[in-house]
Design a protein around this ligand. Structure first.
Ligand code: SF4
Length: 251
């Protein structure tokens, strides 16, 4: 049975919030003490996402993601997504391929069509992506090479659905920067076959620099850290919906 306990409307900010999803006690498989600490962290992040005008949903496992995403889609929606390992891990493709939706599937397109798709994504109804990191303050941090993904997160699609495993929660933007330079970019460079320092050595070349700035990095053509997006308090309330999953997903 799908694990979706629709619970609470949080009144902490003196206003009602969209429903979030709670953890069911019977479903807990992680060490109970670790899970309790993790849930506090997820709930804090969720509260701050809502304060930042984003919606928050919780999925206990990756199998619970599809029903939440489905609840956020409308029949006939034009849907596309960024390159994301998390989306595949959650098995979303089958849902998106349903005749109910108009899914722009770049895996079935020529390179020229994919380039056009990047532009069409701005007028899509729904854009789905993961995030490189999410701070406990409810801020999304993303770094891109091609940058179609961060462009669409920032502007264009009417609705943006972000799916993140709990492993991407960080304390603040400093930790977010380190996370990208040690845990996100190196495996992504390997995945995308980019010839970079981090693909070879396992972490960003800039970490050895004394007065490092967030934008410091390698200089080769394969660099995937070219543009940096920090999504803080949103002007368009509810446009970004964040699903945090109680499992490790993506990188
Ligand atoms: S700047 Fe270059 S070396 Fe540093 S994380 Fe990004 S791709 Fe890797």
């Amino acid at each position: 049975m799908p694990f979706l306990n629709r619970i609470t409307t949080d009144k902490t900010a003196g206003r009602s919030m969209r429903p979030v999803y709670s953890v069911s006690k019977e479903k807990i498989t992680m060490d109970q003490n670790k899970k309790a600490v993790l849930m506090k962290r997820i709930e804090k992040t969720g509260r701050n996402l809502v304060k930042n005008n984003m919606e928050f949903y919780y999925a206990d496992t990756k199998e619970d993601v599809c029903p939440i995403v489905k609840s956020l889609l409308k029949e006939g929606d034009v849907i596309t997504h960024g390159g994301t390992v998390t989306l595949t891990e959650c098995g979303l493709k089958e849902l998106l391929e349903s005749p109910e939706y108009n899914y722009l599937d770049r895996s079935k397109m020529t390179p020229e069509e994919v380039s056009e798709l990047y532009i069409r994504a701005f007028s899509a109804d729904v854009f789905i992506s993961s995030s490189n990191a999410i701070t406990e303050d409810g801020i999304l941090y993303n770094v891109d090479g091609n940058s179609n993904r961060i462009a669409a997160i920032a502007f264009g699609p009417k609705s943006v659905i972000i799916i993140v495993g709990y492993n991407k929660i960080v304390r603040d933007l400093n930790e977010a920067e380190i996370r990208v330079k040690t845990e996100a970019a190196p495996p992504n460079c390997v995945r995308l076959n980019c010839d970079t320092y981090c693909a070879e050595k396992g972490q960003c070349v800039s970490l050895a620099k004394a007065d490092r700035q967030i934008s410091d990095g390698c200089g080769g053509d394969g660099r995937i850290c070219c543009n940096y997006l920090i999504s803080a308090h949103q002007r368009h309330k509810g446009r970004i919906k964040v699903i945090i999953v109680g499992e490790e997903l993506g990188y």
